[in-house]
Unconditional design. Sequence first.
Length: 163
Amino acid sequence: MIPNTPNLEDIQNMTVESVSELPVEVLADFFEQIKEEKSKVDSFRFMLDAALSLKFQDEISAQFDAKGESLGVIYVEQDSIVLSVDKPRRVKWDESALHSLHATMTASPDVPQSDIDKYFNIKISVPEKAYDGLPASWQSQFTPARTVNAGKTTFKLKRKDAE
């Protein structure tokens, strides 16, 4: 840390312009401090979540049992506090099995196409590396179907001596 420079608490009261005028070494120090603080906060959050799980495990289990479900949202009340417990559903589909099922349903005269369209959400995409590797004659056919948008700009500061 460079002596007589603002710290993370100081920059809360500074404008973006005044922070941008600081030496890049100071900004690099801020990046390192933020990384350390984020790691601490993540550890604290993990500890707090584990403690809440342990403290309220009986009530949490009882409420999920009463719902007859192991996923979803429940609320545990104690004194003036309401704890929201959310166990979200994470669904993964076997794409190979779905392709087979889609082919079977499409070939069946008993299943209208409108029903198939309701049951399946089909997304076709091309990995960027595959697009880059296409022969020019093919790439020109893919290009009209391709839109490129900018992602979120990120910044990383790294000290040269840390390489």
